[in-house]
Design a protein around this ligand. Sequence first.
Ligand code: 5RP
Length: 256
Amino acid sequence: MTDTNVEAAKRAAGQQAVADHFDANASYVGIGSGTTIVYVVEAIKERSTNPAIRFVPTGYQSRQVIINAGLTPLGFDSLPDGVMLDVAFDGADEVDSELNCIKGGGACLFQEKLVAERAKKFVCVADYRKRQDRLLTQWPTIPIEVAPLSQNKVAAALKTLGSTNPKLRTTLLDKSGPLKTDQDFYIIDAAFPTLLTRKDVQEGRGKGDGSDGTWEVNNIAKAIKSLTGVLEVGIFSGLNGLDAQALREKDGERSA
Ligand code: 5RP
């Protein structure tokens, strides 16, 4: 696939997501990070003339995308108490058959999770390259946001959980320095064997609790999150109680 086709697929995914899930009468809309989200915002801009909508970003890049489109940003911590976002759109690095996602390729996972969890509906916008049966098939690592002081301790603990090569992410331009997130934290990218789904465990493909070298998505997310120094893990699962089977059926209807 050429870059042009990839961009066309990202645009198509963005357009479809907005057509299906954006309501021009919404009050609060979450806007994620990355390159696909730019097409989501473009599609919203084409539809919405409602200046009352507030768009809640997941970091500096996302805020800039909102501003560049002439939309109105609202910081997460300025949301009124108890108010949920009507919907949150975000990209993903990989999505499995149970709609679990790897996120954090762009280092924005903490704010992305805050926003996703505050939304009545989380819409993950992913093109054909991202969909795999299992996580860590094409995308090789789990991004983990850690407090700088804890980086060595967390990296060592990740090895005991079975990560082959936990690596501190550096900036693209300066490989000698660690990349800093919007929270001034670091990112460790931890390679693990391909993660099992719940169905895999039910079908006996592995225990999925680490004891036999296999990890199920939710189990590894919990194990990593429990390490002191970890702010957030780039595994998003079970958001809004998404029913993977129902969505697969909907997918089927659409392609039928
Ligand atoms: C940033 C993210 C992004 O949503 C994810 O990396 C997808 O990005 P893109 O749309 O550029 O492929 O999680 O931390």
